[in-house]
Design a protein around this ligand. Structure first.
Ligand SMILES: Cc1cc2nc3c(=O)[nH]c(=O)nc-3n(C[C@H](O)[C@H](O)[C@H](O)COP(=O)(O)OP(=O)(O)OC[C@H]3O[C@@H](n4cnc5c(N)ncnc54)[C@H](O)[C@@H]3O)c2cc1C
Length: 401
């Protein structure tokens, strides 16, 4: 018997899920996205691509491990600088105070417990690993994770899509989902903006920051909060191989990436700027607000070695999701059969999350901790309080510890 599955959203999560589901017994997979062909209007199109395996919770570490395994297999995509979809550049966490060093030492112990390679290094070695990004004068120590890496999320998404299509999935570009068809307390498909009904036995919201809008039309609350985030790129320079490690300064809530042909830096060290769902455009990008981003970016740039501080050539105000416990919203909606969520998932966890959800949809074992990700786990809690909790986590996304 055919099982019709409609996935709303062809970002890295929807495309990875399509790859997992297509070709499974009887599954007929359709993926909708209102982005035109070849474009990614969602957060995936904006992510600088840090993939760090050691998560705040064991379930996240598990999803990240599975994700890295999957991304490593994608070796057929390169961009113009020769960069692959996933590069095992490593990640270097840098402490600039003794207190921050204690955090790194705790992270090193946590990595060991998880069986992840990680080693504490002195300031000179940290600067040698990432000379453009680490200032040996201010670094106290570093924690190097050789197995972490960087993703080119657009390339990975295109590769996942091609694999899904090869297994029979159909992608509809420029197709907007306007609502869900609900009969007798069950979701039976997706209404498109042009008035067409796409019947489905299972409908998956992989629609990122826009997930709550469609969910609300089905009378369901999806407790994710879209939030603005600054990332800036320097001017182009000669492409370098191999790329240096991704660098994070957890106590400063800042991070930087060597993109090969330019450097980039991002920061969480500002008052969180939520974006009301009703105010979202069709792109996961908002106008640059000036302050508080200008000040936060200037402070992040001051962490670089004096000779490598750059003037931003491109300023991005990207939008992604935060949740009240910093975990994805992944799984079935218990109160509304036929509807599933794959939202608030990072690039770091996308392929692993897709594999786990596909397993759950197939009635299999989705892995340890999956139940804790249920999208309705906050049911009954006031929306305003959930939003406040989610925003409190924003600044700590990169303040590991
Ligand atoms: C500036 C920035 C920095 C980031 N840094 C990192 C990082 O370093 N590491 C990391 O792991 N993650 C990072 N992220 C987060 C990461 O990008 C996202 O979590 C991830 O890309 C989400 O993927 P997705 O497929 O769920 O959502 P999206 O990529 O947003 O895809 C959702 C898709 O759904 C479509 N859609 C929505 N509603 C509808 C509708 N009604 N009808 C049809 N289509 C619809 C949209 O067009 C969109 O293409 C960052 C994000 C930003 C913005």
């Amino acid at each position: 018997m055919t099982r019709r599955i409609v996935i709303v959203g062809a970002g890295i999560v929807g495309s990875s899920l399509a790859r997992e589901l297509a070709g499974r017994d009887g599954c007929q997979v359709t993926v909708l996205d209102r982005s035109p062909a070849g474009r990614l209007y969602g957060s995936t199109g904006h992510a600088p691509g840090y993939v760090g395996v050691l998560g705040e919770a064991p379930v996240l570490t598990g999803l990240a491990r599975a994700t890295v395994r999957s991304y490593r297999e994608i070796t057929d995509e390169h961009d113009l600088t020769g960069g692959a979809g996933f590069e095992e550049t490593g990640c270097l966490e840098v402490a600039t105070t003794p207190a921050a060093y204690e955090t790194l030492a705790r992270r090193a112990a946590a990595a060991e417990e998880e069986g992840l390679a990680a080693r504490l290094v002195g300031p000179a070695e940290a600067a040698a690993l990432a000379p453009r990004l680490v200032d040996p004068e201010t670094a106290v120590a570093g924690l190097y994770f050789p197995g972490d890496g960087t993703a080119r999320a657009g390339l990975l998404t295109a590769a996942q899509r091609r694999r899904a299509e090869a297994r029979g999935a159909r992608f509809a570009d420029g197709a907007e989902a306007a609502g869900l068809e609900i009969r007798a307390g069950r979701v039976h498909g997706v209404w498109l903006a042009d008035g067409t009904l796409l019947p489905a036995d299972d409908t998956v919201l992989a629609s990122g920051i826009w997930g709550p809008l469609l969910a609300a039309r089905a009378g369901v609350e999806l407790p994710l909060t879209p939030v603005s985030h600054p990332y800036v790129y320097g001017g182009p320079h000669q492409a370098r191989h191999p790329r240096g490690p991704f660098v994070r300064w957890p106590e400063h809530h800042a991070y930087a990436r060597d993109h090969g042909d330019r450097d980039g830096i991002g920061t969480y060290d500002h008052v969180p700027l939520p974006v009301a769902a009703a105010e979202l455009g069709v792109q996961a990008e908002e106008p640059w607000p000036g302050e508080p981003f200008d000040g936060a970016v200037a402070a992040a740039l001051a962490l670089l070695p004096p000779g490598h501080r750059f003037t931003p050539a491109v300023r991005l105000n990207g939008v992604f999701s935060v949740t009240p416990d910093n975990l994805p919203l992944l799984g079935p909606f218990d109160g509304l059969p036929g509807l599933w969520s794959a939202t608030a998932v990072w690039v770091t966890h996308a392929a692993g999350a897709a594999a786990a959800l596909a397993e759950a949809m197939d009635g299999g074992d989705a892995g340890a901790g999956f139940a804790a990700l249920a999208p309705d786990r906050f049911a009954g809690e006031p929306a305003g309080e959930l939003r406040r909790r989610a925003l409190r986590h924003y600044r700590d996304i990169y303040a590991a510890g």
